[in-house]
Design a protein around this ligand. Structure first.
Ligand code: PNS
Length: 165
């Protein structure tokens, strides 16, 4: 008898850098699927603090405890990445109602473009205010972000030139 196909999902994002909010979603999604791919979007149009390789490394370190989480990078459309890798579902975290408008638009577009569905997971309320952009801003001015990011990311933020930490 042939084994059932693997249930796979992708969690795409910029992850510049990965935060505890992302890790909350990644950990919970990893329990729902056989394999979860965390895919770092390579966006030439957007300036970032960390290189794609640094972001990939930080994700690798921060998700090492999950046996079924794989880290990858992609450019172009997320639905093309899904098609090329046989992934039918995108997982997205929703922090607040304000996230919903744009995420719903993208989810409907992705479903229309390629039949790829999106699973929305409500973020743990503990992280509803958390965004990579805020973490970078706070760290840049020497604020304490130790409760917002994993230790390996904190270390890299403190090492950045321009960090007051
Ligand atoms: O962490 P971010 O920056 O909020 O992630 C946004 C991301 C990368 C998930 C989104 O911009 C995306 O999926 N980009 C890939 C390009 C794409 O498919 N765009 C069309 C979406 S309908």
């Amino acid at each position: 008898m042939t084994p059932p196909p693997l249930r796979r999902a992708v969690c795409p994002g910029s992850f510049d850098p990965v935060t505890n909010g992302h890790l909350d979603i990644i950990g919970r999604a990893a329990h729902l699927y056989d394999e979860l791919v965390v895919a770092v979007f390579i966006n030439q149009a957007k300036s970032s603090l960390f290189t794609v390789e640094e972001r990939r490394e930080m994700l690798l370190e921060a998700t090492a405890q999950y046996g079924n989480v794989r880290i990858d990078t992609f450019h172009g459309l997320v639905v093309d990445y899904c098609r090329d890798n046989g992934i039918p579902v995108i997982v997205k975290g929703l922090r607040a109602v304000s996230d919903f408008d744009y995420e719903l638009q993208m989810a409907q577009m992705n479903r229309g473009l390629a039949g790829v569905d999106t699973l929305f997971m409500p973020t743990n309320p503990e992280y509803s205010f958390l965004a990579s952009s805020l973490v970078k801003e706070i760290a840049k001015w020497g604020g304490d972000v130790s409760s917002l990011v994993p230790p390996n990311v904190l270390k890299r933020l403190l090492e950045r030139p321009g960090s007051d930490g």
